[in-house]
Design a binder for this molecule. Structure first.
Ligand code: SF4
Length: 447
């Protein structure tokens, strides 16, 4: 059944706004006590009182229950406007609610549709971040998601002289992202474990752990200890996915491999979008050679069944992105020998908009577009359909899209913030933009 038939036959008879993700999927930031359904609606606060008696209230919040009721009646929850905007372009447009419902069985969707909206529901797919502890401070990240970023702002003060939407990412240390200190008990984390031990270990089809860097969090190890000793009680089909920058010490990476070597549904998600010094400039803390070697050793040791590299497409990575993608093709060919499947995704950065590829002038954009066309022409036979589509989508994006998102500042203002940010970043980190990026650097000098 194609996506449109699915929408017409499975979703539309329930209601004009029904989406399975509101019941069965969640992203939860346990460090700050925030939750949302799929990642599109803005996160909202989890009720501390409610989780004292009902740990599943880290997902089954009053707000989500109201939104489920709206969806059962065909009303549109406001927070889901990402989907409504797409559907309003044309009645038959396929929004994410189709893709995010399709992963659940028709029976589960029927159950959700008929259930009392106040009933608590056990999740099927869950992404959690235990805390923001991270050993990296990538340029496109910020203190809300990285303790290294937060410490940088605390030690060296805010970035200044920036005017566009990204500036507040870098002006304070986002302490609300970490209300509980390391030696304090975090009630959201405890509620997660309570729910995990009673229900989630049986109901989840996929658990994805993100961060910060999960390997830096004691809570990852607490969960892996549980899985190591009691994994036979879990849903046997559950996939465990872990996002990692693969920049931890060797002993920590080895510990992860030991814990998961018998778990055959482990998938590793990592990220890198450039090579050598350029990758290290973009992702402060990364040692490119270590990332490469840890990637390869994960394959050779056959610990994950798949490794997915998520490239965050920002302006700076375009100089060496084709080289990185060639490296991915090499990893893909090595996977025929070693086993784990390897693929990549190209996720185009929209925020902070001054780091978007669209900040670059037309001549540079055209040059990088041409480099990607060359890469695609010579390598498409080795790529999956999804990888070809994402590369083509980026080529088209560089060709036709003019602003990173609606409401973004005009390009000249973004370029001023680009210069203001990276000149301060160089001073703080001892890096050198112009030396690291010879092509973009020439233009950067003249801003
Ligand atoms: S309707 Fe769209 S935005 Fe809302 S939860 Fe579903 S997929 Fe996400």
């Amino acid at each position: 059944m194609n996506d449109l038939e699915y929408k017409k036959q499975i979703l539309d008879p329930k209601s004009a706004s029904f989406c399975g993700a509101k019941w069965y999927n969640a992203t939860i930031w346990l460090g700050s006590g925030m939750t949302t359904s799929c990642h599109h609606p803005l996160p909202h606060k989890i009720d501390l009182e409610a989780i004292k008696t009902n740990p599943s209230a880290i997902h089954n919040t009053v707000q989500k229950k109201q939104e489920r009721k709206q969806m059962q009646c065909g009303d549109r929850p406001k927070g889901c406007e990402y989907c409504w905007k797409i559907e309003d372009i044309n009645r038959d447009n396929i929004s994410d609610r189709v893709y995010k419902s399709k992963i659940f069985s028709n029976e589960s969707l029927d159950e959700a549709h008929k259930a009392d909206p106040n009933t608590d529901v056990n999740l099927k797919t869950l992404e959690i971040a235990f805390d923001r502890t991270c050993n990296f401070a990538c340029t496109y990240c910020n203190p809300a998601f990285s303790s290294t970023w937060a410490n940088n702002i605390k030690r060296q003060g805010p970035y200044t002289d920036m005017k566009t939407d990204g500036r507040n990412h870098f002006t304070h240390s986002h302490e609300s992202a970490e209300p509980y200190k390391k030696d304090e008990t975090n009630p959201y984390v405890e509620a997660f474990y309570k729910w995990w031990e009673t229900d989630l270990h049986k109901s989840l089809d996929e658990l994805r752990i993100t961060g910060g860097e999960p390997m830096m969090s004691p809570n990852l190890w607490r969960l892996l200890d549980w899985i190591e000793t009691q994994g036979d009680k879990m849903n046997p089909d559950m996939t465990l996915a872990i996002n990692s920058n693969l920049g931890a010490k060797q002993s920590i990476i080895d510990r992860l491999k030991t814990k998961l070597k018998k778990f055959d549904k482990f998938e590793l998600y990592t990220s890198c979008e450039a090579t050598f010094g350029q990758a290290e400039y973009i992702r402060d803390g990364l040692v490119y050679g270590d990332w490469h070697s840890n990637f390869l050793h994960m394959m050779v040791d056959k610990v994950p069944r798949a490794i997915h590299n998520m490239c965050t497409i920002n302006a700076l990575c375009l100089e060496s992105l084709p080289q990185l993608l060639e490296k991915m093709v090499w990893f893909k060919s090595a996977s025929k020998v070693y086993g784990p499947e390897v693929n990549f995704t190209l996720n185009i950065l929209r925020f902070p908009s001054f780091q978007s590829p669209l900040v670059l002038p037309d001549d540079l954009r055209n040059k990088f577009k041409g480099d990607l066309v060359k890469f695609l022409t010579s390598n498409s036979k080795w790529l999956e359909g999804m990888e070809i589509n994402q590369t083509q989508r980026l080529i088209d994006y560089l060709d036709v899209v003019k602003t990173p998102h609606s409401g973004a500042a005009e390009q000249s203002k973004l370029q001023q913030d680009f210069k203001a940010f990276y000149s301060q970043y160089d001073k703080r980190s001892g890096k050198n933009f112009e030396k690291t990026f010879p092509i973009i650097g020439e233009w950067y000098r003249g801003i």
